[in-house]
Design a protein around this ligand. Structure first.
Ligand SMILES: [Cu+2]
Length: 383
């Protein structure tokens, strides 16, 4: 396929095809060698759309201290690649991209007690949406009793996790980051770190008018949600707090043993606190981008990244141009969950395996804009 991109903004831009296997020159990361599209300029991105599943595209520009740029903006969209064989066991298909708007830098020290006094600025938002519309402002999702609705959900927030629920309904999770899970099963809530996607089928069997939205009251009040309306049902949309708030990738896994890797990378993530009013910096093995040592791989070999998050924040770690398999989260060994972004909770460790099967420069970074822009990034290159 070929995509024509016209840059009508006043800064150099580029488009990243998140979760696709595309050459470095078109992947949409300047660090990999993709050319920027100059202000007023245009560029064609040509590539084979693969692998199938729920992917997305977004600007990969630097934002830094400018909260009008990159993922703080609305420059993103779904990129859905239909599988060749799709059993289509659903009646309706709905795409939902969650996003937050009107960002500003805040000192957590000024807002509440708790964070260490040496912590730097964080980003907070004043508005939120599903598909660009605040809760109650767009068209409702109209369903019929007995329908099976396939939801493709994307967290397109620049920095925050989203926790979502649809009262009275379970989500039968069938894919994570667009890749089918080995053990689909129903769960009461969906949790997505920035850049993550979940495909889930919901059986509509609780006639009524409901709010499908963020479990956190303040986030829903800011607009993160949409009304789900059964045919023939009227009245104010109902919300109730879900009983469970836990999320665990491994409930969808298998226990098949994974092959031993040819090589292990050990990566330690740490924060250098920016202090009140300053900016935190982030390090991988003690070094900040662009001074981080590259990861060097050989085509065809299997690698394990052993990652340790020594900071008090979660980090959604994204590997471009490849799919990896989760092999350990915390103390739990796992297999069969294939992703391109894995959330590593605070003070937690995790391991992922991947085969070096897509030669070319490859970016590896935390997907939180405020972290990647302040050092949390590395390059992988093929020997
Ligand atoms: Cu991070």
């Amino acid at each position: 396929m070929t995509v024509d991109v016209q840059n009508d903004s006043d800064v150099p831009e580029l488009v990243h095809w998140h979760g696709l296997y595309v050459p470095s020159e078109v992947d949409g990361a300047m660090e990999e060698g993709t050319p920027m599209v100059p202000p007023g300029g245009s560029r064609q991105y040509s590539f084979v759309a693969q692998p199938s599943g729920t992917r997305w595209y977004h600007t990969h520009a630097f934002a830094g201290k400018d909260l009008r740029r990159s993922l703080y903006s609305g420059q993103f969209g779904f990129f859905y690649i239909e599988p060749k064989n799709n059993p289509g066991q659903y009646d309706q298909e709905v795409f939902i991209a969650a996003h937050q708007w009107n960002p500003e830098f805040v000192s957590m020290q000024d807002l509440r007690k708790g964070p260490p006094p040496d912590n730097g600025l964080e980003v907070m938002y004043r508005a939120a949406s599903f598909n660009g519309k605040a809760l109650g402002h767009g068209e409702p999702i109209r369903v019929r009793t007995g329908n099976r609705v396939l939801f493709h959900v994307l967290n397109a927030s620049a920095t925050d996790d989203v926790h979502l629920a649809l009262p009275g309904h379970d989500f039968n999770v069938i894919a994570l980051d667009g890749n089918p899970v080995p053990n689909p099963r129903p769960v009461p809530i969906l949790v997505l770190a920035p850049a993550e996607r979940i495909d889930a089928i919901v059986e509509m069997k609780q006639p009524g008018v409901w709010v499908f939205g963020a479990t956190e009251d303040s986030m829903r009040e800011m607009g993160m949600g949409v009304v789900v309306e059964y045919a023939g049902q009227h009245g104010a949309p109902q919300w109730s707090k879900p009983q469970s708030s836990t999320w665990d990738y491994t409930v969808f896994d298998t226990t098949t043993a994974v092959p031993e890797p040819d090589y292990r990378f050990s990566l330690v993530f740490e924060k250098i606190p920016g202090g009140h009013g300053g900016f935190n910096r982030w390090t991988i093995n003690g070094k900040s981008w662009p001074d981080v040592d590259p990861l060097v791989v050989k085509a065809g070999q299997r690698y394990r990244m052993v990652m340790e998050n020594r900071s008090g924040d979660d980090h959604p770690i994204h590997l471009h141009r490849h799919t990896f398999e989760l092999t350990r989260i915390g103390e739990k060994m796992t297999s069969g969950i294939r992703k391109d972004t894995v959330n590593i909770p605070r003070r937690q460790s995790a391991e992922i395996d991947f085969v070096a099967d897509d030669p070319g420069l490859t970016l590896f970074h935390c997907h939180m804009q405020l972290h990647m822009d302040f050092g949390f990034m590395a390059l992988m290159r093929y020997a």
